[in-house]
Design a protein. Sequence first.
Length: 393
Amino acid sequence: MGLINRLAARLGYEKRAAEDPSWAALAPGIGAYAGMSARAAENLSTVLACTNAIATALAFVPALVYRRDAEGNRIEMPAHPLNRLVRGGVTPQMTWPDFLEHFVASTLLTGNGLAVIQRAGNGQLAGFRYIPWGFVTVAELSSGRLAYDVSDGRGNTRRHLEGEVLHLRDRTDDGKIGRSRLSRAAETVTGVQAANQHAATFLANGASPSGVIEVPGTMKPEQRTSLRDSFQARHGGSSKAGSTLILDGGMKWTAAQVSPEDAELLETRKFGVIELCRLFQVPPPIVQAYENNTFTNAAQAGLWFATFGLAPWARKIEAEFARSVFPTGGPYELELDLSGFLRGDPETRWNAHKIALETGVLDPDEVRQIEGWNPRPERKRPPPGNEGGQGNG
């Protein structure tokens, strides 16, 4: 075994050693912040909506595999194994849209998305196995490269090296492990959560009618307790709003004014939506926040979202596939075609086709191909001397 180890070291292969330091010791606190886990953050509807908007949109767009020839021209490769996975599914249980949605959502919430690259016996790409980031422990090897220890939840762990996994990262502090934008803006996230909790508590504990009961004379402690409990049981909670109040024994009801803090609660929660949208680069109309919205800026929001929200993530995914899936320096590349978003806007799409035809950028058959149609069959030409269907006389 000594000879094998020396050969492996000479060729640059890492040893799968169990004593390598765990990333939990090198970077504690990854995936949790300010007492709230990434999954708990999804209880905030805006976090969930922004995550779904980006992950689902990227899973929706066409994924195409190209090969560059010696002149640098791109040729689509429908027979490439990755293209077959895109169309047929990355595993028997998971389609490509499901896989990419999970992969991107994990990255948005925890800063990291991981998938094991599965290959056939001949080394050909055979699939991807998505791994929840909570099942992963990262170790830094003596070479400076990373190893990923993946737990199956039953006490078994398997190590995968770089090149055996897809690792999509949000912006990193150390060049190795991504850090989620939720952890970078922990005070913002917890502030929005606190506003939501305050609203829930206010609605649960609020009594309607709301005010003060004045009683002549002095009440004994047990009388105050009895009055308070009976009043809360009869009128407390949002489900009993508007119930009729009956007083006797000289009691008097005085309505109380809602505090300015409670009056501003709704505005505070609206502002929290905008704050969280900023973290994910998602325009508020994309997550159904239509305050101060018009038809015009709603249409522009979609374009802005594709340009600044989706395009950077698409480029990161393409770069990670180039690094991990395709051979180093090889001619193949993955493209997530964001022009697929124009399918929801037929007027813009067909105007673009018209301009492309008029300028000679595309021909009619290329436009039909973009639309997913077959080329138009060639029309039969009349025999010479019979143009227009007329005989020779």
